[in-house]
Design a protein around this ligand. Structure first.
Ligand code: HEC
Length: 90
C-alpha cells in the first residue's frame, strides 16, 4: 500500500516536470520571436501566414541570414517550432 502511494506521487511529480519543461521551451520560442522578429517588420507579417514546419524553418533561416547576429540557428529552430505551433499547416 505504501509503495503504491509512493508510485503515485512519483508519477504526478514526473508529469508536472515534463509539462513544465515543454511549456518553458515553447515560451522561449515565443519570447525569441517577439524580441527578434519585430526588428524589421511587424509581427503580423508572420502572424497572418500559415506554413508547414519546413517552410517556417526556411523563413526563419532566411531572416537570420539578413542579420546573423540577432539569434543563433538553435534559437531559430525554437522560433520555427513556436510559429508552427500557432500558425502551422500540414
Ligand atoms: C534583418 C531584418 C529582418 C529580420 C530580423 C526579420 N525579417 Fe522577416 N523579412 C524581412 C524582409 C526584408 C522581408 C521581405 C523580403 C523577403 O521575404 O525576404 C521579410 C519577410 C518576411 C516574411 C514574408 C515572406 C514569406 O516568405 O512569408 C515573413 C513571414 C517573415 N519575414 C518572418 C520573419 C520572422 C519569423 C522573423 C524572426 C525569426 C523575421 N522575419 C525577422 C526582414 C527581416
Amino acid at each position: 500500500m505504501k509503495n503504491l502511494f509512493f508510485g503515485i506521487i512519483c508519477f504526478i511529480t514526473l508529469c508536472t516536470l515534463l509539462t513544465n519543461t515543454s511549456s518553458a521551451r515553447s515560451n522561449q520560442g515565443k519570447t525569441l520571436f517577439k524580441k527578434n522578429c519585430i526588428r524589421c517588420h511587424s509581427l503580423s507579417k508572420s502572424m497572418n501566414k500559415w506554413k508547414t514546419m519546413d517552410s517556417w524553418k526556411k523563413v526563419v533561416e532566411r531572416m537570420r541570414r539578413k542579420k546573423p547576429k540577432l539569434y543563433t540557428k538553435d534559437e531559430g529552430d525554437e522560433i520555427a517550432k513556436y510559429l508552427y505551433s500557432v500558425r502551422g499547416k500540414n
